[in-house]
Design a protein around this ligand. Structure first.
Ligand code: ADP
Length: 224
């Protein structure tokens, strides 16, 4: 078991002098391989800021973020983008699929972006089968149900076999059965392949699938 994402006294302040918001205050945190952590908290408490920071989409105002013991706070944007592509899989609330690409092409694009090997197509086929989407391969996002879109988003996040899975309200657009299925898929992949996972959620019905539940309030991390 090793630490995949570590925050060391991380703070984030948005805005300029007279109009500042402290979105995260002195947050220390770590998620290990094989561990699935839920972050809960009221709206505006800093959850998205936290997840964006763990996903290297945002830099801290102070403190340090480590990915597998490598300090990434001072990396150039290009290096951060590479690290993101290699190590991090995102599953967003609104699945964020590209409207004009078929299900298969959404997955192949990720393979191409990461300049990965020739087995991209087979990998995409396997993933779509595993997630029960083989019959939707040539469909566009507008032809899919909410649950199917979210499963495509998961398949896409799995394409590079990332060590870190970040999910932002992945059940928000789903009914409770489908929502639970989505989080079960995340949890089982995290356990089976020893990945590290963080989920931001309002959905209390899925918290039992997580190893730890942490609460953010006013930018401060507390034990939930
Ligand atoms: P949550 O995800 O829990 O709703 P956020 O991380 O989105 O919380 O926001 C935390 C705080 O930071 C809120 O007060 C929000 O208004 C503020 N905030 C978030 N993003 C920005 C931004 N880009 N510029 C200024 N303030 C922001």
């Amino acid at each position: 078991m090793k630490s995949m994402v570590t925050f060391e006294r991380v703070s984030k302040v948005y805005g300029e002098k007279t109009n500042q918001t402290a979105a995260l205050k002195d947050v220390s945190f770590s998620v290990n391989t094989g561990e699935f952590v839920a972050i809960i908290g009221p709206s505006g408490s800093g959850k998205s800021t936290f997840l964006s920071m763990a996903g290297l989409l945002l830099s801290p105002t102070s403190g340090n973020v480590f990915i597998e013991n490598e300090i990434i706070t001072n990396l150039k944007e290009k290096d951060r983008a590479n690290l993101r592509l290699q190590k991090i899989g995102f599953v967003f609330q609104a699945s964020n699929l590209i409207p004009y690409l078929t299900v298969m092409d959404q997955l192949l694009l990720i393979g191409k972006l990461s300049r990965s090997r020739k087995d991209t197509k087979q990998k995409a086929d396997r993933l779509l089968e595993k997630l029960g989407l083989s019959h939707r391969k040539h469909h566009f996002p507008s032809q899919l149900s909410g649950g199917e879109k979210q499963r495509v988003a998961i398949a896409r996040a799995w394409m590079n076999d990332p060590q870190i899975i970040l999910a932002d309200e992945p059940t928000a657009s789903l009914d409770s059965k489908r929502g639970r299925e989505v989080v079960e898929m995340l949890a089982s992949e995290i356990k089976r392949k020893e990945k590290a996972g963080i989920i931001v959620t309002h959905d209390e019905r899925v918290l039992d699938l997580c190893d730890r539940v942490l609460m953010i309030k006013d930018g401060e991390l507390q034990i939930g």
